[in-house]
Write a protein that binds this ligand. Structure first.
Ligand code: CP
Ligand code: NVA
Length: 302
């Protein structure tokens, strides 16, 4: 059985299968397509402890367009929110639904769920990783610029949170340079190989093919908001920073965006076409992920 719990440990062949399926799903949306009946007769639980717009809606739409039925469960409204164990919730879900998409805090909770539910399980964001986002972002970059191999992706901001962590794993899988411009308190957990870190955002942006940003205050870190805004103030994607990147560099943001904080209103509006194409691609990539997860691994491949 397949799961998508993290990018750590994923092989390029598997990730490429997802991206190929996403490409087909995008091309054939609304037409007769291979993905259309893939989830017929299936109910997928979406168990979310944290807020979501893009991930929730893209999975709900993808599941429906693939013939399945999504069941959105806010963790606060099921017994999980009153202290029922993850493993007991998982054992119940595993007897009733066909797959699960989970957004929560601890990575270990998603892994425990997969182990006990014994149904295909997808990480829709934890404190450690956001694998669906980064697969989708690679899809967007390749759609607009060709192969990501060898490119320089500069991440500006909180390099210790889930989004850059998944980027760092992706850099190893797809063989591109992932350069973080981040304060030392929020530097990446591990550097080396394709992943590097500098405290100077201008240096990180220099010669970049892609400038990428995420919020300064991730979900769950709200109590640190004032302190983070002070520390991250120099790590903003603005006109000066963009001028350091390559001439045709893409500016991307996983969203939600806080204008005037991690990105200026001017740059966000100037690059809105790419940034909202990026958001739309979440839908097509979720279809690739779902189709990959329910299909049987090919013999001798994975
Ligand atoms: N980028 C992203 O995951 O957005 P949501 O939090 O709205 O799902
Ligand atoms: N790092 C952000 C990503 C939001 C999609 C967070 O965890 O809130």
């Amino acid at each position: 059985m397949r799961h998508l719990l993290k990018l750590a440990g994923m092989r390029e062949a598997e990730a490429r299968q997802i991206l190929d399926l996403a490409k087909k799903a995008k091309k054939s949306r609304g037409k007769k397509s291979a993905a259309k009946g893939v989830l017929t007769g299936q109910i997928w639980a979406l168990i979310f402890t944290k807020a979501s717009t893009r991930t929730r809606v893209s999975f709900e739409v993808a599941i429906r367009e693939m013939g399945g039925v999504p069941s959105f469960l806010s963790a606060a409204e099921i017994q999980l929110g009153r202290g029922e164990l993850v493993r007991d919730t998982a054992r119940v879900m595993g007897r009733m639904v066909h797959g699960a998409v989970i957004r929560t805090y601890a990575q270990s909770d998603v892994e425990e769920f997969a182990e006990f539910a014994k149904i295909p399980t997808i990480n829709a964001l934890t404190d450690d990783e956001h694998p669906c986002q980064i697969l989708s972002d690679i899809f967007t970059i390749e759609e607009k610029m060709g192969s990501i191999r060898g490119k320089r992706i500069a991440f500006i901001g909180d390099a210790a949170c889930n989004v850059p962590r998944s980027w760092a794993e992706a850099a190893r899988i797809f063989d591109f340079q992932f350069v973080c411009g981040a304060p030392k308190e929020f530097r990446p957990a591990t550097v080396g190989g394709n992943v590097s870190w500098t405290e100077d955002p201008m240096e990180a942006a220099s010669g970049a093919d892609v400038l990428y940003s995420d919020v300064w205050v991730s979900m769950g870190k709200e109590a640190e908001a004032a302190e983070r805004e002070r520390i991250f103030a120099p790590y903003q994607i603005n006109r000066k920073l963009v001028s350091r990147a390559k001439k045709n560099a893409l500016v991307l943001h996983c969203l939600p965006a806080y204008r005037g904080k991690e990105i200026t209103d001017e740059i966000l509006e100037d690059r809105a076409k790419d940034i909202f194409d990026q958001a739309e691609n979440r839908l097509h990539t979720q279809k690739g992920i779902l189709q990959w997860i329910v299909s049987k691994p090919l013999k001798g491949r994975n």
